[in-house]
Each structure stands twice: as C-alpha cells, then as structure tokens.
Design a protein around this ligand. Structure first.
Ligand code: 5GP
Ligand code: ZN
Length: 300
C-alpha cells in the first residue's frame, strides 16, 4: 500500500478538516470523528477497572499554579481573558474603527487556564479523597488540550484531544501499569496496521534550565513515546506517551496513602488526532476502502 500524504491542504480538500482562520484549530468531519470514536472504544476495551471522569478543557488557575506548569512550560500555557470594561469603554468599543485593538485593551485575566494535558484536573480530585487506598487509583480521562504552538503542520495542533489512563499508587504499581501499557499499545498498533517505534523521550521544558531537565528525564527513562509516520516517515510523530512523574504530583498536590508516604503517579496518553492521521496516512484518506478487519476493529 502506498502511503498517502497527509498535508493540511489534502485534509481541507477532502473535507476531513475544516479551516477556522487560525493555525492548529480545525473543525473535523463526521468520518474523522467516527475514527476517533473507534480509537477511543479500542482504548476503553484494553483496560479494566478504570474510573471514568470528564472535565471541561479548563483548569482553575489555582490548580495551574499549584501544578507548577508555569515553571516548566510557560511558553505553551494559555490563560483565559475576559472583557473588563465599563459602559463607557463598551460604547467606545462598539463605535471603534479598530474594534480588535480596543477589545484587546479591555481584557483582563480570569481565574481559568486552558487544560494543557488531560490528567491535570485529576490531581486535586485525588487529593481531596483523602488517604490513597492500598490498590491506589486508576482513572480514565479525555479532554481537549491547549498548547500555544501555532503551526501549519497537521500533527502540531493548538487544540487537540488527549485520552489518558492515569495511575496513582506505589512506585511498583505505577511501573506495572506503565509496563503493561507499553506492551498493550504494541498489540493495538498491530490491530491498526501501524508501524511503530518506541523510544525514550523528553517534554519540551522551557529555556536553558529546561534543557537540563529534559536530559535528566531521558537519563531516568521517565518518558517513552510511541512514534508513528504521520507527516514524514523519517521524522516520526509521537502519538502515544507513557509518563512516570515519580512523586511530582503526589508531593505537589499532597496525595498520600495512610502511612504518610507520597503517592507516585504515571499516565499513558493517546493523541487522538495524531493517531487518526497516522491511520489516514497508512491506509488512505477514504476509510470505506480500508480492510474489513480494520473497519471492524474501529467499528466503522
Ligand atoms: P505529551 O503530554 O506527552 O506532550 O502529549 C501526550 C500526547 O498528546 C502525545 O503523545 C501526542 O499524541 C498528543 N499531542 C501532544 N502535542 C500535540 C500536538 O501539538 N498536536 C496533537 N495533535 N497532538 C499532540
Ligand atoms: Zn498525563
């Protein structure tokens, strides 16, 4: 099978994605959404006993600050602003020849930050539940996430959906969870007919100090990514990530078992748009022509 180029223009021309006037924010067709639903169903089938929780794609600013995201990834965060003018400024805005400039001049930060990763709203919930039980917790979350990375490359979106399983427990429980998912995801890729590479990875920490953090994260193999051809067979794209946060969120949000030690956490994240693009590249832009096995697996 010849791989199909998945460029932004090809996606627009085929009506699979819909332009909105800003890069990295696109509408999606029914077909694209059906593939995402199929992927989510596969992900759901592969795990048992997870507690499903859904949050809107917004974090309380207090959670954002407590998480420390601003220290590591200030360049990716987006804080929601809202109109703070009075009647006079509103009247002048309505009559303005430059409404955009005036509108911007009258904005002030709210107490809402856009969710940067689907697991962030969970940690305060886990902390509020009191002592961590002996089996720990396993959550299933999905959210639109925002990262300020405008780009014309279809695999780099500003708003995208991340499905995650999040394990909170002892270091061993988190390691077992991550190892199980590293194996399970390989089976999932063969079901989907996708050719993967698994590799150690790092998060895009900000600045010079961030480079040291990235090196340390790699040295300790805290992050793995499953890389698939999406745009380019040579420059593969991370479509799944397997993260071990050690005690970072346990300490930050004060999540502890009854013995007072600190909970460890880890998550596996599925980039739903990226996985869908990998399927379109591998199997073609017309899912009705995909093999019967693949259509059955994705409930298409
Ligand atoms: P991470 O937190 O590891 O950076 O992201 C988790 C997953 O979200 C990634 O493995 C990837 O599949 C997806 N993801 C991260 N950044 C982007 C992006 O810019 N666009 C899209 N479509 N997905 C992303
Ligand atoms: Zn996560």
């Amino acid at each position: 099978m010849v791989e199909q180029d998945v460029t932004l223009n090809a996606l627009f021309e085929a009506g699979i994605w819909i332009e909105t006037g800003t890069p990295g924010v696109y509408g999606k067709s029914a077909m694209f959404e059906a593939i995402i639903d199929g992927l989510e169903a596969l992900v759901t089938e592969a795990e048992t006993g997870a507690e499903r929780v859904r949050f809107p794609p917004a974090l309380a600013e207090s959670t954002f600050i407590q998480s420390g995201y601003y220290k590591n990834f200030p360049h990716l965060a987006a804080h929601v602003h809202a109109f703070c003018g009075c009647e006079k400024t509103h009247a002048s805005l309505v009559q303005s020849k430059d409404p955009l400039d005036q509108w911007r001049d009258n904005l002030a930060a709210t107490d809402i930050v856009l969710t940067p990763a689907a697991c962030y709203p969970l940690y305060p919930l886990a902390a509020r539940r009191g002592p961590l039980p002996a089996d720990g917790w396993l959550f299933d979350v999905q959210s639109y996430c925002f990262r300020r990375e405008p780009s014309d490359s279809p695999d780099r979106l500003q708003m995208f959906r991340m499905r995650e399983y999040v394990r909170i427990g002892s270091p061993q429980q988190v390691a077992d969870f991550r190892n199980a998912w590293l194996e399970r995801s390989k089976d999932m890729m063969s079901t989907l007919g996708l050719d993967y590479h698994l590799d150690v990875a790092n998060d895009p920490f900000f600045g010079r100090a961030g480079r040291l953090m990235a090196t340390s994260q790699r040295e300790q193999a805290l992050k793995f990514e499953m890389l698939l051809p999406v745009i380019d067979a040579e420059r593969r794209t991370a479509c799944l990530s397997f993260n071990y946060h050690q005690d970072h969120f346990g300490t930050t949000f004060d999540i502890r078992p009854a013995d007072g030690s600190v909970a460890h956490t880890g998550c596996v994240g599925f980039g739903l748009e990226r996985l869908t693009l990998a399927l379109l590249r591998r199997h073609g832009l017309a899912p009705q022509t995909w093999s019967a096995d693949l259509k059955r697996a994705l409930q298409l």
